[in-house]
Design a protein around this ligand. Structure first.
Ligand code: CMX
Length: 133
């Protein structure tokens, strides 16, 4: 596992959150992208070598909507850059972690992604993230 690729932050209102984070970082994000399969609209800020990803729910059954209902807005996941997502999924499964995705799926920002259940990772939702070639 390499660097922290991004930290995901669940927000209730993306337009409102963009104003707050633009002010906090003294710059605008570099892109917004809707990922239908995940039920989210994302907005990214480059932070040196990694990123902050704001996430707003687009569907009632979105993981982000459920998270905000249960726990409120805030840090949702940490994504780690990996070179070989298939190999990492196998390694982590064999090490006893609970994979939420046995095969990688398409994520935002040109990535293949897979999640680990927070109950198996000290309470943090972990995302594996490999740049698509
Ligand atoms: N971080 C830490 N803990 C979390 C969590 C999170 N993001 N989301 C849920 N939990 C906790 C819950 O609070 C709950 O804890 P308790 O049992 O102590 O109350 C436990 O995990 C299980 O929660 P749940 O209600 O049974 O399960 P959910 O239906 O909320 O699903 C999860 C949780 C992680 C399995 C689900 O959100 C998931 O599959 N996430 C992966 C996909 C995803 O998050 N997509 C959106 C982002 C996409 C992107 O980055 O592009």
């Amino acid at each position: 596992m390499n660097k922290i690729e991004h930290i995901g932050v669940a927000v209730a209102d993306l337009d409102q959150a963009k104003k707050v984070f633009d002010l906090l970082f003294a710059r605008e994000g570099y892109k917004s992208e809707t990922v239908d399969s995940e039920g989210v609209t994302t907005h990214f800020y480059q932070m040196g070598d990694s990123k902050i990803e704001l996430l707003e729910a687009t569907k009632p059954d979105s993981a982000i909507r459920k998270f905000i209902e249960k726990r409120g807005e805030g840090m949702h996941h940490i994504a780690f850059d990996v070179d070989d997502i298939h190999g990492e999924i196998q390694r982590l499964r064999e090490a006893g972690f609970t994979l939420l995705n046995e095969t990688p799926k398409e994520g935002a920002d040109n990535k293949l992604i897979a999640f680990l259940h927070p109950k198996s990772t000290g309470g943090i939702l972990v995302e594996l993230c490999q740049e698509k070639k």
